[in-house]
Design a protein around this ligand. Structure first.
Ligand code: ATP
Length: 200
């Protein structure tokens, strides 16, 4: 039976980078953040609920104006929570369905807000990606051409990294490019063993 594995970490910790390594090893990856965006663009029932909560002018020519919505939730924790409460259940459902289709020993669901969205409970194991805050800020500023303040504001909406890592079964420390691949290889080996035990 397939082992369901989560992959999480704070902004700029290197989740996508680690996911790429797992992918090279043949492990399928479900990118929850990308899927959530797609669902918001295509799921009419969800769009209806978003319209009821955030008003009709959040839509332009029948299409959800994501920029406008982001502007509303950006500095408003309550509004962000309202949006997440609508989007997360649909994204979790999509991930469950996707997991059922996978034929590998284990498959990975990558999500920045795995614990925050309450979707970790359904997973067998969670891999956390950790990098020191200063390094994460530097990486995201460079990657997104954004300011320190904006990155810090985005970070403030996530669970503290140290707490998040304590909730994970495996942790990749991503502060050195050379050490990244050996760590992922080791975790891959352990997950393959655990999947074999589950199968036996
Ligand atoms: P987000 O949650 O914002 O999507 P993330 O956790 O997926 O971020 P990545 O996009 O993988 O993080 O990494 C952030 C940036 O840091 C990227 O530009 C990536 O290329 C770079 N990066 C990640 N790991 C390393 C590393 N070990 N050495 C150098 N650069 C790295």
């Amino acid at each position: 039976m397939l082992l369901k594995v989560g992959l999480t970490g704070g902004i700029g910790s290197g989740k996508s980078t680690v996911a790429k390594v797992f992918k090279v090893l043949g492990i399928p990856i479900f990118d929850a953040d990308v899927v959530a965006k797609n669902i918001m663009a295509t799921d009419t029932a969800l769009q209806q609920a978003i319209m009821q909560t955030f008003g009709a002018d959040i839509f332009e020519n029948g299409e959800l104006n994501r920029k406008k919505l982001a502007g509303i939730v950006f500095n408003d924790a309550f509004r962000l929570e309202q949006l997440n409460a609508l989007v997360h259940p649909a994204a979790i459902k999509a991930a469950d369905y996707w997991m059922q289709q996978q034929l590998t020993r284990y498959a990975i669901k990558e999500a920045a807000l795995l614990f925050e969205a309450g979707s970790a409970s359904d997973l067998d194991y969670v891999v956390g990606v950790y990098a020191p805050k200063a390094l994460r800020v530097q990486r995201v500023m460079q990657r997104d051409s954004t300011t320190r303040e904006e990155v810090l504001a985005r970070m403030s909406r996530q669970i503290d990294e140290e707490i998040k890592m304590r909730l994970c079964d495996f942790v990749v420390v991503n502060n050195d490019q050379e050490l990244l691949i050996p760590q992922v290889l080791k975790i891959h080996g352990m997950l393959m063993e655990k999947a074999a035990v589950k199968d036996a």
